[in-house]
Write a protein that binds this ligand. Structure first.
Ligand SMILES: [Zn+2]
Ligand SMILES: [Zn+2]
Length: 108
């Protein structure tokens, strides 16, 4: 039998692309937790709006802090919800640098 589709994560075989895609989604962590406030979100991939929700949760990976940092040796990998990220940025002295950047630059 000719196998057309493989799960890229566990190599399970599928005849249909749709079955394979739905199977692969099950490997993805479906719960997001903000490491600051503890808010959680369950992704529902069957809903069109899930992309809007995903944009409200931020995965931040700064790598491992090095010698000289107060966090020397720590892996700086964490999740922040949109509210916590926004509140953090609002504490910046130079927050305008972020608020008026990208596609918002014209409002500066
Ligand atoms: Zn799999
Ligand atoms: Zn939060």
């Amino acid at each position: 039998m000719l196998v057309k589709y493989f799960c890229e994560i566990c190599n399970e075989k599928f005849d249909e692309a749709k079955e394979c895609f739905e199977h692969e989604l099950q490997h993805i962590e479906k719960k997001f937790t903000c490491d600051k406030c503890g808010k959680t979100l369950d992704y529902d991939f069957s809903k069109y709006e899930y992309l809007l929700y995903l944009n409200q949760f931020h995965h931040i990976n700064l790598g491992r802090a090095g010698y000289g940092s107060k966090l020397d040796g720590c892996d700086l990998v964490f999740n922040l919800c949109d509210d916590c990220l926004y509140d953090f940025i609002m504490t910046f002295r130079n927050k305008d640098k972020i608020l008026y950047s990208g596609s918002n630059y014209k409002y500066n």
